[in-house]
Ligand binder design. Structure first.
Ligand code: PGA
Length: 250
């Protein structure tokens, strides 16, 4: 049985002070989520990672990115050792905004995923097609490439520890969420690809949907066979809306 997961991706939002207010406000939500067997967490900006840890140690905390090299001349980057030092054990990899603005490729994502797994950390690997690819009916072709490259040279034991997030690029921040039928179809396709490679282990891998998830629509995704949770941007920023998301997952 896969545990449900709600992960808020804060992107470049919230100062440390705003993060503190949210973290304190989320203490009761962590207790609620635990009671119902749901994992909840947020991915704040780097500077706010320790703030969440400090004010709500029960919230799962993810970095929004990480470099695959242990250290070196990579201006503006952050290493796994730096995250581990402050007890951050999760990282989002390959978010579409990083693929779009920072030339993140699936091959680079694979290096990052391998580095994280070698350090017993949890990668949340994002995949998804652009609007042009969606309209050309290329979704599954794109997803296949992204899954195949991202999971290259990863053992089945390690694959079980990866979380996959299907986020169609055309649905991120647009208010145009993919229907639960489309999302389930793609997530089931992803699980099928993982089953081809890893057999039964694929049943353990959590797959999230992301893209304009709101309290009003989260339930429809969670009631499908292959969607185990959500990666949420805008609707994860206010504590009220985050609480509604959790309530509607229960
Ligand atoms: P959104 O973002 O919920 O604001 O569409 C989702 C994401 O980028 O992960």
């Amino acid at each position: 049985m896969r545990k449900k997961l709600l992960l808020g991706n804060w992107k470049m939002n919230k100062t440390r002070e705003e993060t503190k207010v949210f973290a304190l406000g989320s203490l009761a939500l962590s207790a609620l989520a635990e009671l119902h067997g749901i994992d909840i967490g947020v991915a704040p900006a780097y500077l706010s990672l320790p703030v969440v840890k400090k004010y709500n140690p029960n919230l799962l905390v993810a970095s929004q990115n990480v470099h695959y090299q242990p250290s070196g001349a990579y201006t503006g980057e952050i290493s796994i050792a730096m995250l581990k030092e402050i007890n951050i054990t999760w990282a989002i990899i390959g978010h579409s905004e990083r693929r779009t603005y920072d030339n993140e490729t699936s091959e680079r994502c694979n290096l990052k995923i391998k580095a994280l797994l070698a350090n017993e950390m949890t990668p949340v690997y994002c995949v998804g097609e652009t609007l042009a690819q969606f309209e050309k009916n290329e979704t599954k072709k794109v997803i296949k490439e992204q899954i195949s490259a991202g999971f290259s040279e990863i053992s089945s034991e390690n694959a079980a520890k990866v979380v996959v997030a299907y986020e169609p690029v055309w649905s991120i921040g647009t208010g145009r969420n993919a229907s639960s039928e489309i999302a389930q179809d793609v997530c089931s396709y992803i699980r099928g690809l993982l089953r081809e490679k890893y057999g039964e282990v694929a049943e353990q891998i959590r797959i999230l949907y992301g893209g304009s998830v709101k309290p009003e629509n989260i339930k429809t995704y969670l009631s499908t066979a292959d969607i185990d949770g959500a990666l949420v941007g805008g609707a994860s920023l206010s504590i009220e809306s985050f609480k509604e998301l959790i309530n509607n997952m229960i």
